[in-house]
Design a protein around this ligand. Sequence first.
Ligand SMILES: [Zn+2]
Length: 555
Amino acid sequence: MSAKPTIGHGRKAHDGLMRLHFLGAASTVTGSQFLLETDRAKILVDCGMFQGSPHEVMRNRVPFAYDPASIDALLLTHAHLDHCGLIPHLAAEGFHGPIYATRGTVELARLVLLDSAKLQEEFAQRHERFQQRHPGQAAREDRAEQKDLDAAVADARVPPGETGVPPGETGVPPGETGNPEEAVRSQPPHVTTALDAPLYDSADAERALALFRGVEYGAELDVAPGVRASFLDAGHILGSAMIRLSVWGSGPPRGISGTTVPELRGEAPRSLVFSGDLGRPDTPIIRDPTRLDNADYVVVESTYGGREHEPEGEAVRLLAEAVRLVADAKGVLLVPSFAIGRTQEVVWHLDRLIESGTIPMLPLYLDSPMASKATDIYRRYGDYYDEETRALVASGKAPLDYPGAHVTNDAADSRAIGASPRPHMIVASNGMLTGGRVLQHLRELVGDPATLLLFVGYQGEGTLGARLQGGAKQIRIDGETHDVHCRVRSIGGFSAHADESEILDWLRGFTAPKLARRVFIVHGDPAAQQALEPKIRALGLDTHVPRWREAVELD
Ligand SMILES: [Zn+2]
């Protein structure tokens, strides 16, 4: 591991300072945030929430590592909360520059950030009521939280010159590394903002949303002095992008008539690529991740380092089998699902399976307001679709719409589903049964042997979903005990992230004709990063696993 930062090594003096700060998603999968600093500009890439363990969550409360007002621009890879969730907080703390993201991400981020603000406000109100009723316990909890915060602030101080992740120090308690990205996906934002006041409210979110500027995939944009950016398909969720930067530092003026601006003098820039969350090739709806080459530095995610996915074809086969079982039993198929991405993908597959005559057409109830709003956005972005989905649209089909699907508008609609004729299917949020409308359906159906509960995403350790997956005979929902008589099945092959081979395939682009100078491995748990790093090195690439708040000088 190249641990020591190098300054100016091998570069001409006029290239100037270039420093990359790793402010989140460093040896964890959440809180994505990177600051690129030159002597002319400061650019943030992502500003996500930390989610997961209480230790990590407390990092949301640690003051920013820089003055937010000093940032020239923020570039956002995609709309998941662990990439955009701190933006309203950043704006409330003084950031007022432009926020660049693809048009699709701008719309999805509005949905995600307003929802996050609302949940935080509600949590703060509940906390206040709790404080009034149980002042002693609330004070004890507040003291414990303050201690956690002090520890997080201490963590944030990386001694100068010290880099890399020390052995054994992971920031993540053992046993919480199952499938980290999805483990946080259905976690409500209020969990991530301990201490009493909401980290931000709806008004903060609205103010931040006014700073967003929608950009086109592939366009070259001058986002700050000496920094040019382009957003390219990442194939992860709608609007998701990897970001390529061309960066020019300042140089001393040369000649008496020549310009002092290096990019105008035709000097070669240094180039950086941020993978964002890297999707998988050949998944439905959106285009595949872009293959790139010729970067000086690459910042790559590593969520699935050391792991391979089940083929998607197998996942689709299991989905079809589940529908047929429920049809034969005249029962109910209950699918807990993440609102953005997974729900649209499952509906797309059901639609194709009906079209090919593989499954009978059962009534489908879509019971997640957030998922319905996300689907509306997916529907409007036909220009982001891959060839297959475009061809379906061109032939007059509506590939994101299940025929005759019942979309619920309010809680009364949701309750009425229980009385509807069988067999039928329900897709409801959230994906790990940690909250949301799916719980009400589960309460009614868990004791019913004609129901099949089908998991299409990872179930985080300790969640109700994980207990059911583990074969629990009894569960508790809102303090009530229920016997489990429904069938439980799981599909592991749907994923929005590249697995290890797919990450390595993508990185191979940076080995020829030019070898990237260094690959920074981020957005993964230590075990995943340790598995992946030697394989990246075997491609001939230099690697570094940054530590939280580490700054690295780029030569
Ligand atoms: Zn993501």
